[in-house]
Design a protein around this ligand. Structure first.
Ligand code: NDP
Ligand code: ZN
Length: 184
């Protein structure tokens, strides 16, 4: 695949917008890691582990939590990155008007119906979160709560299978390590 100046520009624009919009947010770990580290890790997972070479998928990975967690409008993403990127971001965005438990249930229900590209983003997101739960977990979570998160993400990932075998194997590997680490 040949990358042009346009592809690099899009990626830099996505890093910049994501950093700007998430600037006051932190992860839930003890060190309160800047939130931007997470979407960058998701994009890196897609590129380095998953071998994903579609720029729209990498860009949507960088932007995947913008509509859900920041004051960013769909129109802004469409204008800067186009319809395809917007539609991928919307596919991985929960409906924040619904109660938390319902949103979690719907992630499981909707997983199989996502496009292959959106499935790859969701899978990379779950791999990164399971790794975070293992090594830099939310500071106030009990082992039971961590285990519940692992079991829920495994249910979501069951519906994502068939989109990228390397990422699926990586999820299984990271999940096994998480279960081992958390049970003792
Ligand atoms: P979530 O389960 O949604 O929190 C996990 C999410 O937080 C991840 O998906 C990730 O989302 C983000 N995140 C931020 N920092 C980290 C980190 N360091 N490691 C991993 N993930 C991180 O929980 P909420 O706090 O929003 O709580 C609501 C839900 O939890 C409800 O369903 C409720 O029923 C349940 N709950 C369970 C309790 C229990 O003890 N079992 C107690 C209280 C609530 P992203 O990819 O978007 O960054
Ligand atoms: Zn995420």
């Amino acid at each position: 695949m040949h990358y042009t100046e346009h592809h690099i520009s899009m990626i830099l624009d996505a890093v910049k917008l994501s950093a700007e919009r998430h600037r006051n947010q932190r992860r839930k770990d003890a060190d309160a890691t800047p939130y931007i580290n997470h979407p960058v890790s998701v994009a890196e997972m897609l590129w380095k582990v998953g071998g994903v070479r579609d720029t729209n998928v990498i860009v949507a990975g960088l932007l995947h939590d913008l509509i859900e967690d920041t004051k960013t409008e769909s129109q802004e993403i469409r204008k800067l990155f186009g319809d395809q990127v917007l539609s991928l971001v919307l596919e991985v965005t929960d409906d924040k008007r619904l109660p938390k438990a319902e949103r979690k249930r719907l992630q499981i229900v909707h997983a199989t119906g996502l496009s292959t590209k959106a499935k790859q983003i969701k899978l990379a997101d779950k791999i990164c979160n399971v790794a975070d739960i293992t090594w830099t977990p939310p500071h106030n979570w009990t082992p039971q709560r961590k285990m519940e998160y692992l079991e829920w993400s495994a249910e979501v990932v069951a519906g994502l299978r068939g989109c990228n075998h390397i990422l699926e194997d990586e999820f299984d590997r990271v999940l096994a390590i998480a279960r081992e680490k958390i049970k003792d």
